[in-house]
Ligand binder design. Structure first.
Ligand SMILES: N[C@@H]1[C@@H](O)[C@H](O)[C@@H](COP(=O)(O)O)O[C@@H]1O
Length: 270
């Protein structure tokens, strides 16, 4: 449980370096507690330095991934895993290739599936067969999307095919060459799938995410901001840098809660 209050825990740190270290520490502790953890993983630039710290911890022998199973949030529909812009390729490059993980236990939705609808159902079954996700890592889109659950996504949705918004396509265009095909469709875990994870850790850094974070934390629970669904989760932690937290009206209060929370945790640990 993140806090004894059973609300969204909000941790506001100085910068992206501190955010990555804090996030990595949560994952390291999880793996030290449960070696056969089922991890939910994310792509995008935000988790990259967290992954680098997991690799370093693995190489240092602090943590093993030998018994880990992982499920990624999403994949572009129409790209095969060998495509350099696919999320499977990204995960291999940024994380899996550098760990002692068995790649057969790393799952990414199949972007090249002949029958994507069936592939979505199978993905849900694979997650269930693994015993469910212990801890899910998330980034957030400027429009509040998590995975590829764009605004208007059903708050109870499961893994399915989703059309990307113009904003998301533009944001992710930086990864594609000018004349390169950029998919407009994806397979993504649903919001309901994400909410089923036992613990959720969302990282957000930079001012571009500030409005999405405000809507997530202080806005209404609404499909207009898919990440606001985390208000329903019993153990969600948002790890933010000052810039991403800059539009929150109650920053000081959240910092105060966190200080009190840490005091309580220290007392309980005695
Ligand atoms: N599907 C991914 C999301 O899972 C990710 O959270 C988002 C933000 O990426 P970044 O961390 O690069 O801002 O990008 C993509 O759209």
């Amino acid at each position: 449980m993140s806090g004894e209050w059973q609300i969204m825990q909000i941790v506001i740190l100085k910068d992206s370096v501190e955010v990555a270290a804090y996030g990595a520490n949560i994952f390291i502790k999880q793996l030290q507690k449960k070696a056969d953890s089922v991890l939910g993983l994310a792509t995008g630039s935000t988790p990259v330095s967290l992954y680098q710290q997991l690799i370093a911890a693995n190489k240092a022998g602090e943590v093993s991934f030998a018994k880990v199973t992982s499920f990624n949030l999403d994949e572009y529909l129409g790209l095969e895993g060998a495509h350099p812009q696919s999320y499977r390729y990204f995960m291999n490059q940024q994380l899996f290739d550098h760990l002692d993980i068995d790649t057969a236990n790393t799952f990414v939705p199949p972007g090249d599936a002949d029958d994507p609808i069936e592939a979505c159902e199978r993905y849900e079954m694979q997650i269930a067969a693994a015993g469910g996700i212990d801890i899910q890592l998330l980034g957030i889109g400027r429009n509040g999307h998590i995975g590829f659950n764009e605004p208007s996504s059903g708050l109870m949705s499961r893994t399915r095919v989703k059309t990307l918004t113009k904003a998301t396509i533009e944001d992710n265009a930086r990864f594609f060459a000018t004349d390169e095909y950029q998919p407009h469709l994806s397979i993504t875990m649903g919001i309901g799938t994400i909410l089923d994870a036992k613990k959720v850790v969302l990282l957000a850094t930079g001012e571009a995410k500030a409005e999405a974070i405000r809507a997530t934390v202080e806005g209404a629970l609404s499909a207009s901001c898919p990440a606001s669904a985390l208000q329903l989760h019993r153990d969600a932690v948002l790890v933010l840098d000052e810039a991403a937290a800059s539009q929150l009206s109650d920053c000081e209060f959240y910092k105060h809660i966190e200080t009190e929370n840490q005091k309580l945790q220290a007392k309980l640990a005695r």
